[in-house]
Design a protein around this ligand. Sequence first.
Ligand code: C5P
Ligand code: MG
Length: 217
Amino acid sequence: MPVLTDQVPAHTTRSGPLFSSDKTTVIFVLGGPGAGKGTQCANLVRDYGFKHLSAGDLLREEQDREGSQFGQMIKDYIKDGKIVPKEVTIQLLENRMVEAEKEGKHMILIDGFPRQLDQAISFEEKVCVSAFTLFFDCPEDEMQRRLLDRGKTSGRSDDNIESIKKRFRTFVETSMPVVNAFEKQGKVVKVEAIKTPEEVYQDVKVKLAERGLKVNA
Ligand code: C5P
Ligand code: MG
């Protein structure tokens, strides 16, 4: 099955969201690089039964897909810490949401997205309005320490000091405005992410309970 068609993505011509937010719960997971988004998402999948879609993982998969017309572009953007044009990322996410729906999964964690305001606007217009954004707040020096440590084994082209600096800049200049925009709508759940993964997760559970989400019994 193709991950991405070579045609114009379907969502660009659609008049409204494909999924109703009454039936599908989308939670965006944001935070700087190395804030612990992936780690905490794994906990949430285990305990709440979410479907986890990592935008970065989907882009890396598409980058490596044989015959992808976007492979080289994605590679260049990732190495440079820049945001891949939204049409590609949104289509990859939408494809996986369609699959998730077929599996009867209606609770979706979208990790590392939207990283730019235009992604947030298009996604909510054409795919699904988000319930809220879970935002992991972590100081840069701690994130840098984690990423350099991860870089020893991750094999990622962007876990080196040069790319890390660029990713931090992109986060502050391009992604924080998304968090601020959702904050104005009262749609941000902020968690301090400097502590240990276990301590951070305890906070996450408390904050999600305040939003009416309970661990699967
Ligand atoms: O989230 P993660 O750290 O895996 O993302 C790695 C890279 O993937 C980002 O630095 C960026 O280049 C790209 N990306 C993107 N748009 C997104 C998510 C990730 O361009 N929404
Ligand atoms: Mg990640």
